[in-house]
Each structure stands twice: as C-alpha cells, then as structure tokens.
Ligand binder design. Sequence first.
Ligand SMILES: CC(C)(COP(=O)(O)OP(=O)(O)OC[C@H]1O[C@@H](n2cnc3c(N)ncnc32)[C@H](O)[C@@H]1OP(=O)(O)O)[C@@H](O)C(=O)NCCC(=O)NCCS
Length: 173
Amino acid sequence: MILRGFTRHDLAAFSGYRNKPEVARYQSWSTYSTEDAEAFFEQQHGLAFNADDTWFQIAAERKEDAALAGDVAVHFFDGGLQAEIGVTFDSIYQGQGYAWEALSRVIGLLFEDLKKHRIVATVDASNLRVQHLLEKLGFRREAHFRENIFFKGAWSDEYGYALLASEWRKQKR
Ligand SMILES: CC(C)(COP(=O)(O)OP(=O)(O)OC[C@H]1O[C@@H](n2cnc3c(N)ncnc32)[C@H](O)[C@@H]1OP(=O)(O)O)[C@@H](O)C(=O)NCCC(=O)NCCS
C-alpha cells in the first residue's frame, strides 16, 4: 500500500466504491455520486494534516497497479492529544489484508510520529467486519451505546473502541 493525500484523479474510483451498496451499508451515506466526490475533494483540498478538529482523508493505493483500494479517515481532536479513525475499502479489495496494513501504518504514524495518547473508533454494532479488524489491531471495545443513532430508518446500537499508545507499544514488543 502507498498511503497519500487524495488527488482529483482519484475521484472516479472513490465515488465508484463508496456508491456500492455493500460498502455504504454501515456508512453515513447510501449513495455516493461524482458530485459528492467533487465536494469532498474541495473540502479536503489544502487541509493540513494533524490540524485539530478536522477530518483528514488518506488514500490507500495498491503498489503493484496504482489502483485506489480504499481510504482511511483521521479526525484530530482534543488539542492534538487524541485521534479518531474511520476506514472504507472497495469490496473488491476487502479480505486481503489491505485495510489491516493501511490502518496499522496510520496507527503507527499517529502514535510514534505524532505522539497521540489514544485512538478511538465508533462502529455500528452490526458491522462485524470492522469490529474484527479493530480487534486484530489491538483495539478494546469499551462502550456499548444502545440505540444512540437513528440510522437508515431505524435506531441502531454503536460500539466505542479505543487503543492507547501504551497498549500499542506493548503489543509491538
Ligand atoms: C471494515 C473493512 C475495512 C474491513 O476490511 P477487510 O478487508 O475485511 O480487512 P482486511 O482484509 O485487511 O483484514 C482481514 C483479515 O486479515 C487480517 N490481517 C491481514 N494482514 C494481517 C497481518 N499482517 N497481521 C495480522 N492480521 C492481518 C485481519 O486482521 C483480518 O483477520 P482474519 O484473517 O481473521 O479475517 C471493510 O469491510 C470495509 O471497507 N467495509 C465497508 C466500509 C465500512 O463499513 N467501514 C467501517 C465503517 S466504521
């Protein structure tokens, strides 16, 4: 994987995978148009990495053919001390370890280079694949929010996951 910022050249592939029903199922959107991708790019364009109270989207590209496989979103908050992550991969690139590789490198960057104290993720309680991925990366499920979000026509539960820098260092040893 090559991890980098988004370019205008990515937008067709980006809207293409985000618009797939199986990719959108647990996300805030149901469909994702090229106009949505353009608006996303305009909002991201020129955004500094590691700016507090912003979400920065990282593109994950396959080394062998430069295909855009997915993206990792990082929300910087708490005055530079903490970060929240989100992850979306094209269904044709799922189940192959790409999301794991991209996330583990982003987590390494956040803890080792940027010295964050804690990384969190909030996921739909029915989204078993993302829970499995987070647990494989060492995240602990530390909260269960019951019917806290009205999502796609029904009240849903969410889980809060977290990983501390000290836990990451211990697991790396
Ligand atoms: C959630 C999502 C990113 C999970 O991705 P994925 O493709 O299943 O993840 P990966 O293939 O990288 O990981 C799958 C497996 O490889 C493991 N793995 C891969 N490389 C590894 C390595 N080097 N060391 C250890 N484990 C590794 C993973 O931990 C996992 O374990 P398993 O073999 O027991 O299944 C993907 O399903 C997705 O994009 N879904 C749609 C969007 C979405 O719902 N996002 C979440 C919103 S909160």
